[in-house]
Design a protein around this ligand. Sequence first.
Ligand SMILES: *Cc1c(COP(=O)(O)O)cnc(C)c1O
Length: 819
Amino acid sequence: MTTATRPATRAAGRTAPQRSELPALARRALAQRSDAPAGDACWTALASAARELLAERWAATQRADTRRGRTRRVHYLSMEFLMGRALGNALQALDLQDAAQAALPEGAPPLGEVLEHEPDAALGNGGLGRLAACFLDSFATLGLPSFGYGLRYRHGMFAQAIQDGRQIERPDTWLEAGSPWELPRPELRYTVGFGGHVRFEGGQHRWEPAETVAAQAIDFIVPGHGTERVSTLRQWQAEAAQPIDLTAFSRGDHAQAGQQRLAAERLNWVLYPDDSTPAGRELRLRQEFLLVSASLQDLLARHLREGGDIHQVGRANVVHLNDTHPALAPLELMRLLLDEHGLDWDAAWQATHQATSYTNHTLMPEALETWPLDLVERLLPRHLAIAYEINHRFLDEVRARFPGDEARVARMSLFDEGQSHHGGERRLRMAALAVVASHKVNGVSALHSQLMVDTLFADYAQLWPERFLNVTNGVTPRRWLVQANPGLAGLLDKHIGAEWRQDLSALGALRAKAGGKRIGAEFLRVKRAAKARLAAHIREELGLVVREDALFDVQVKRIHEYKRQLLNLLQVIARYQAIVADPGADWVPRVVVFAGKAASAYRAAKGVIALIHDVARVVNTDPRVGDRLKLVFLPNYSVSLAELIIPAADLSEQISTAGTEASGTGNMKFALNGALTVGTWDGADIEMAEAMGVDEMFVFGLRADEAARIKALGYDPRLYIEGSRVLQQVIDAIAHGSFAHGDPQRHRELLQPLLQHDPYLLMADFDSYLQAQARVDALWRDPAAWAASALRNIAGMGGFSSDRTIGDYLREVWAPPAR
Ligand SMILES: *Cc1c(COP(=O)(O)O)cnc(C)c1O
């Protein structure tokens, strides 16, 4: 594609293209091609036309924001943005779907098919990255002066293939043909350093890096809906400061001559494909610093260019940290203010503290990011010195408040002195740094935020109770309802009017109508059509025919032990055994759908994928079972696959061990699309249940406090197995190799930990889960009652828009500091 290199704004004198010009723009692009209008040519034509229209709006948005007055600008720093496809969203934002369809020439595929030619921009792993993408949509739609800041990974989240029932990872190549949504910004280029040493001269510290790269801005445009605003995801690309080392080249040392370029390119090479354990590698730390340094230099340059006073930089700007991955930001901002702009410590710290806020996404100790001090010292010597100084001042404050409590001081320090883990190595704790530097720290659901101040950050919360708060996550209804499920969106318009499209809380009006006969029947028809589309995909992808009138029971998300896909699978095996024992009983036919990626080094997660495939082979070919039960694993879970699967779900599986899922956002997408939820009392499920009515959700299992207590008392999973004949049979079948051609070894590695420690309490929750599933079956037998409950679920989802989330951030986290 050539569009990516075209200048963003048109030459002076030409007028901006109008919306009505899209068909002409698209036809012009198509006419330049000599081949037949195949899907990809149509896609390219429509995308370049949409790009032209959006680039104009984007430029107008930028101009408007420089005149924003005293409104703070939000800078949302995230190592991940899981954007998915953009053209369908762009056409919706421009309100040009019909025009786009009309612009397609005779013989071209329908618009829906054309849109599928776009590769997903998968610059994220899962929930955290998708949250950031939903926020960008809300930033644009709400008209918030803002920038998303990220890295332009050449290879995003790996593509998952399945071979012989095992996950194979293939590199993602989303950029191979360029991206029409990018606007290169050659004038926005900053120098980012690594290594070297610090000089102290004339009362000033100056960092002299050993290596430098140029950080080049490439803007990814994000259209708003119901507005002409187009937001910016500014992505950094590292380039060699010098493209070629000519001295080395003249010497004939060609490898050396290209060295710098390779070193720079490596920084944007690939997204670290793990959603739950920190990468811990030098390249990752370099990536994090690239993001932070380039973004803050850009912020400061803009602040000064717009006439801002450097002392006011924290008052006029928000620097938000999406998890600790960008938590070097306060150190880099301090360095820039102290060393480059000559502020004294107190002024620099005040500005940094005013600007910085942080969202925590996990309480699991193994997921907390720390870096060895020798690595930090080698790459970022000045930043380490600043961290020492921050810590020194901070610990003085702790000692003044809690005199004599040195144990507390050690727990709260930014530095882990290495007594306990990591082989005695001293490390920098990124979460502690983020908490100390931020004026606000939030969790992402009510339960998570409570546990955050009770456990992980208890010491800090005692020192600064007012610093901590909750901001429950949300999802954008544009992508996850209007775009993914136009049938349901139309139904809502018809029965409650279109106001929900601007203000999702208007969905509440559905509650009073949910029991209606006609609306129930219409809902079931819409659902059935979505299921037919998914069934066709399953047939194409796997060659498997499923009943479209079966209950579609869906668990799609990253594969992780705490999310307990294995618990779901045990339930499927129990159901299979029960069907085989009594095929004549009145079974509710179910299609159980899994999708999700396992981190490549995560053996237990890969074991789950393998077991799902082994069980599926047996279940799906057993003539005694027939179409009463089908088990499906759809490869390569992604945003675009989620858009196909979620509208088709009858039942949403949200079954994490209570206290482990910070919020979840998949849960929200499902409920918004009229799936009922079988779930634990965890994350945002709790708030969803409370909003829709607790009886509208199939809740089961131990609560978070009970789970903690049972573990403290010495949990023994074997007691639960001995106490449940059903569970015993399920475990025996796996242990005896019933799904592995009789090979008892094949799933041993997966099974043994369950029998011994079972850290995620699958055995303890199994019976309760089975009972919840029986309640699901019972309700399913009454389609009108099922539809009414699904509609009440939707009615309760008004509070789970990312617009509401961003409104909360604006009021409670990003509000200007008091004078
Ligand atoms: C929403 C979403 C997620 C997060 O799902 P959870 O169930 O909250 O873990 C992950 N991946 C994709 C592609 C998503 O769209």
